[in-house]
Each structure stands twice: as structure tokens, then as C-alpha cells.
Design a binder for this molecule. Structure first.
Ligand code: ATP
Ligand code: MG
Length: 324
């Protein structure tokens, strides 16, 4: 190990280093957990994100590891900074970016990173067009991300084997070095489709070996998508009328099997369009006698006016879906 295996630098919240503590000294894991206020973030994660059970479990495991690590350090036991670089794989709209944001917050609360911000980038932010441009670009991004999480979306595009003089390789090499040497102050999350990521790791074993956690984000089921829709509406104080809820269930079943379906993202887009139709409906028919309920309720006609019902196609090419 390099210097990364040394003790973390800088003061840790609530840390008191006690040397030569007897082995039967009691330590309060519960109190450490409370102090970290991580439960809050974990609860929020449970409340605000539907499904994703394996992902949530892994996040809890990582939180436990970091807490135990902190207690060990308080008692003067050797602690080797755990590697926390991760890969998040899954189809569009399965929650990768959202979970990465929460992860940054958790890592910050547990004192693993100083700031807990997330810097989200793609190949174009790291790789230059001309010789000599890539290193400064990559280093600038790393500087911004230091103390937080660097989220590289569609990370596999950094590697273009078909192009012999591709500058992506240069960015990868700089990343590898920083991921090893600065792993106590920067967590890198590589995100993208699973099959492409697997291929990327096969050609870049150095990268693979630095990733400690591979989290897979499965597609949501119809029921989960419905729950996500209700949650999204509740957050903005809208709701389905009972009939509209049925219509939206039908919408989901049809939309799921069409091209460019992007899981929760498609649901959000569909709800935005339903709100637009609701507004038009209210404006056209009931301007002078509206109630609070009218303003909150989505009705079946706000749903079934979609082209998904009339033409059997998505309403529009949804950004972020397909095309990749
Ligand atoms: N499990 C979930 N529960 C509730 N909302 C969710 C869930 N997963 C995703 N969302 C919502 O769906 C939208 C898309 O999620 P997000 O951007 O995290 O997906 P992504 O996997 O990063 O997609 P992409 O690959 O297209 O970048 C966001 O508005 C997010 O809040
Ligand atoms: Mg994303």
C-alpha cells in the first residue's frame, strides 16, 4: 500500500485518539451511529427511493464499515483507509445519479470525505481534443471533485480501443493514480450500462481492481414504477383520482415495452405532460369554479390523451434515453 494506508489526515469529528487502550474497553457503536446522523440519510433513502433493495443494503453495509473503522481509530487500532470507489451499472433512469448524490452525503457524514459534494462528468469533461489538453482538463476536474465524489457517467467511453491515439487513455491513467493515492479524500463512481462497463473492466484491469463496490441497478417493475409515480406526485402535492390511477397503470404497462423507455425518468416525464394537460383542461373548462381538489387531481383524460394510447408510440423522444 502507498501513503493511502496511513491514518486519515485532518481532524475527524468526535475523534480522540487514545493509545494503549485495554482490550475490554467498552465502545459505543450506537452512540457513534447517532452522532454521525447517518440514520437520517438512510431513512430518507428508504422513504424517497422506491425498491432498490440490494443497493440500499450495500449502502448500509458501507456505513457500518466506516463507523467501525472510526471507532477502531478512536481506540488507536490500525485502520487502513478502505477503498470506496464504486461502479453503478444499470439502464437509464434507474436511480444511479440520485443514489450517488446520497452516497456523497453519507460519506461526508461519516467523515470519509471532507465536503460531500458530487461532481458529475462525462468523457468530454475529462478528455481534450488535442495533444496536451487532456492532462490539465482531467486534473482540473479532479481538483474540483477532491473532498467529495467524482461521478463519471458512461465511464467506458474513456476507453476507445479502435482509436490508436485516443487521449482517453491519458485520462484513465491520471484517474488510476489519483484513485490509489487520494482514496482517503476522493471517491470515484463509474456509471453506465452493465454490459459496456463489464467490457471496459475486461480491457482495463487496473480500473477494475480499484473498484471496491459494484452496485447493479435493476429495471423497475410495473408496481415499482406506479409507486414511484405516486411518490413523485405527492412530493409536488398532486395526486391521481382513482380512475386516473388505473389509467396510469395502463400507461405504464404500454410504455414499458416501447422503445427508449427510461424507467423512473420516463415516469417523471409522463407526469410532467399529464400536469400540462391538466392545466389546459382546467383552463378550458372550469376557470371560474375551481377547487383545491381540482388543482391537485389528475384525471383519466390527462393520461389517456397520450400518444402511447392513440398511436402506440411514446409522446416524444425522451432525452437521456436511447441514443447511447
Ligand atoms: N427508486 C426511485 N424512487 C423514486 N424516484 C426515483 C427512483 N429512481 C429514480 N428516481 C427518479 O427518477 C429520475 C431519474 O433518476 P436518475 O437520474 O438517478 O437515474 P439514472 O440512473 O442516473 O439515469 P441516467 O442513466 O439516464 O442518467 C430522477 O428524477 C429520480 O429522482
Ligand atoms: Mg444519471
Amino acid at each position: 500500500m502507498t501513503e493511502a494506508s496511513e491514518k486519515k489526515s485532518g481532524p475527524q469529528v468526535g475523534e480522540t485518539v487514545v493509545h494503549a487502550v485495554p482490550g475490554d474497553t467498552p465502545v459505543d457503536l450506537e452512540a457513534a451511529f447517532r452522532d454521525s446522523q447517518v440514520q437520517e440519510v438512510l431513512d430518507k433513502l428508504d422513504r424517497e427511493l422506491v425498491g432498490l433493495k440490494p443497493v440500499k443494503t450495500r449502502i448500509r453495509e458501507i456505513a457500518s464499515l466506516l463507523l467501525v473503522d472510526r471507532l477502531r481509530r478512536q481506540l488507536g487500532l490500525t485502520t487502513e483507509t478502505p477503498t470506496l470507489h464504486m461502479s453503478f451499472t444499470g439502464n437509464p433512469g434507474t436511480g444511479k445519479t440520485t443514489v450517488a448524490l446520497r452516497m456523497a452525503e453519507i460519506l461526508h457524514r461519516l467523515g470519509y470525505v471532507r465536503q460531500g459534494h458530487l461532481v458529475a462528468v462525462t468523457r468530454d469533461d475529462l478528455v481534450g481534443q488535442y495533444i496536451g489538453h487532456t492532462a490539465p482538463k482531467t486534473k482540473e476536474v479532479l481538483k474540483r471533485a477532491m473532498g467529495g465524489v467524482l461521478f463519471i457517467d458512461e465511464a467506458y467511453y474513456l476507453y476507445r480501443p479502435e482509436n490508436e491515439r485516443d487521449y482517453g487513455q491519458e485520462a484513465i491513467e491520471i484517474l488510476l493514480q489519483i484513485m490509489e493515492n487520494n482514496r482517503d479524500d476522493l471517491v470515484v463512481i463509474l456509471a453506465g450500462y452493465k454490459d459496456k462497463m463489464d467490457r471496459f473492466f475486461l480491457s482495463n484491469p487496473g480500473m477494475r481492481s480499484r473498484i471496491a463496490h459494484h452496485l447493479d441497478f435493476p429495471d423497475y417493475s410495473g408496481e415499482e414504477l406506479m409507486a414511484i409515480a405516486s411518490l413523485m406526485l405527492a412530493q409536488i402535492q398532486y395526486r391521481f383520482s382513482p380512475e386516473a390511477e388505473k389509467a396510469f397503470g395502463d400507461y405504464i404497462r404500454r410504455r414499458m415495452v416501447m422503445p427508449h423507455f427510461a424507467n423512473a425518468r420516463s415516469i417523471r416525464n409522463a407526469l410532467d405532460r399529464a400536469r400540462l394537460r391538466q392545466a389546459n383542461r382546467l383552463f378550458a373548462h372550469a376557470r371560474d369554479r375551481l377547487t383545491k381538489n381540482d388543482l391537485m387531481n389528475l384525471e383519466p383524460e390527462d393520461i389517456v390523451a397520450s400518444r402511447v394510447f392513440s398511436d402506440g408510440v411514446p409522446d416524444e423522444q425522451e432525452p437521456g434515453a436511447g441514443a447511447k
